[in-house]
Write a protein that binds this ligand. Structure first.
Ligand SMILES: [Zn+2]
Length: 146
């Protein structure tokens, strides 16, 4: 495509489905520019994030993989503990588990086990090969303490 300078008005004239806009951003690691289609109103940071996820440089690819791991783990947390779960736990607990995923990816911790009560335990931990495991365990047996 030929280099062209678009004014804001020209930008609006372009045909894009459902409020999508074509935006240019830069990879956070190698600085290469890229085009992404975004919803209107995305800020620069978000556009750059999206361009970074699409960039093919080594660091960006590792970053994209980490982002994918986080997304998967968070989805699993929603399925096992969130509103989609058979027996959802309180939102505050779900929040802690979601934050744990970020902390694990930031290498700030290896994992967490939360005693939710009523025999329910939530565990989020880092596995070999960088993957993140999410577990829900329910202790069905009744224990009496004397
Ligand atoms: Zn890059």
């Amino acid at each position: 495509m030929a280099a062209e300078k678009n004014t804001a008005a020209e930008e609006e004239k372009r045909e894009m489905p459902d409020g999508l806009q074509e935006q240019t951003g830069y990879c956070k690691f190698c600085g290469q520019s890229g085009m992404v289609r975004t919803m209107a109103g995305w800020n620069e940071e978000r556009i750059n994030e999206q361009v970074t996820l699409q960039c093919q440089c080594e660091e960006a690819r590792a970053y994209a993989k980490a982002a994918e791991r986080k997304e998967k783990a968070k989805k699993r947390i929603h399925e096992l503990f969130g509103d989609g779960a058979e027996k959802p736990v309180k939102g505050k607990v779900v929040e802690i588990l979601l934050l744990t995923v970020d902390a694990i990816e930031d290498k700030a911790m290896k994992g967490i086990t939360v005693d939710v009560g009523h025999g329910v335990k939530a565990k989020v931990s880092k596995m070999a090969k960088e993957s993140i495991k999410v577990e829900r365990s329910e202790n069905k047996k009744t224990t009496y303490e004397e």
